[in-house]
Design a protein. Structure first.
Length: 305
């Protein structure tokens, strides 16, 4: 069979592929957990939380959450977005921050000069009635020293008003780093914390059917018998669900079936196209299946203030 995307889409009644790895706002699926996470994230910004923490497994929807947030920010917020960041020292970190805010600086400027530029920018924006939000994606890559330096950044204030807020986004090990005893001062600055868990059984079924519907499907394509197996081998992680479902549709198309049954899903797994199959936790095991405890849970009542 000569593969053709047009024939493939027509076979299932799709207008476009329902399962891809590229984030697409048209396919956004809001589980109850994601809705709560979005509410907490927005609350952290509105309540002027010094640091808001967002953690979750790879592919759990953190980027989707951020994209939705960035679409709804008001004009009085200035956003600096630092993606996949690594910093060798505090001067390097400050260069990343200034670059995210589209601020010029000299390549050879020392940390003190870079820091002064940043503070002047914050005060200038404050005078214009705007707040600065710095979002660090994949923040677990920053390491302890840079994270501690970011805590110092939140101490910058003017007339008792904090001039900058941080949103730290990362994988579960980011929370593990912050929970260490020598990171207590950073943990105390976190006023809002969100953890995105894996999708549950009911959410996996809703997620798959939602994407099929958005893609143009008019009827049932994945039979009910498939959902439990998909949840089991993907761990309920959306990105992995997309991978497995995409292969399953391809196999169904090749078999000239207009539906995906349990046998098709098993065939994909048997052919080892899905590399995470057979693992109880496809990506990693961090603190078991339950959501990690709140960062502030280990702090005493006085320390939380």
């Amino acid at each position: 069979m000569n593969f053709s995307f047009d024939i493939y889409l027509e076979h299932f009644g799709f207008e476009r592929r329902p399962f891809t790895l590229v984030p697409d706002p048209d396919f956004v699926f809001w589980s109850r957990t994601h809705k709560k996470a979005s509410a907490v994230l927005q609350y952290g910004l509105i309540a002027r939380a010094p640091i808001t923490l967002v953690t979750g497994e790879v592919g759990s929807g953190k980027t989707t959450l951020l994209r939705d947030l960035l679409k709804t920010v008001s004009d009085d917020l200035v956003i600096g977005f630092i993606s996949n960041s690594t910093a060798t020292d505090r001067a390097d970190l400050m260069r990343l921050i200034l670059t995210s805010l589209e601020q010029d600086y000299g390549e050879e400027e020392p940390y003190a000069a870079l820091s002064r530029r940043f503070e002047e920018f914050l005060i200038d924006e404050y005078g214009k009635g705007r707040r600065v939000i710095l979002i660090f994606d994949e923040a677990q890559n920053l390491g302890r020293d840079s994270l501690e330096q970011l805590r110092m950044v939140t101490n910058i204030n003017f007339a008792e008003h904090e001039l900058v807020q941080l949103v730290l986004v990362g994988q579960p090990e980011l929370r593990d780093i912050i929970m260490q005893s020598d990171m207590t001062q950073l943990a105390q600055r976190i006023s809002a914390s969100v953890f995105l868990p894996r999708l549950g059984d009911a959410d996996v079924e809703s997620y798959i059917n939602h994407r099929l519907h958005v893609a143009g499907a008019k009827g049932e394509i994945f039979l009910p018998e498939t959902f439990a197996k998909i949840r089991q081998v993907t761990g309920g992680i959306p990105r992995l669900i997309n991978q497995l479902c995409d292969f399953a549709l391809l196999y169904a198309f090749e078999a000239e079936q207009q539906y995906v049954d349990g046998a098709i899903v098993q065939e994909v797994l048997d052919d080892q196209l899905f590399f995470c199959a057979g693992r109880a936790h496809p990506l990693r095991l961090v603190l078991g299946e339950q959501s990690p405890p709140n960062v502030n849970d280990r702090l005493s009542g006085d320390d939380k203030k």
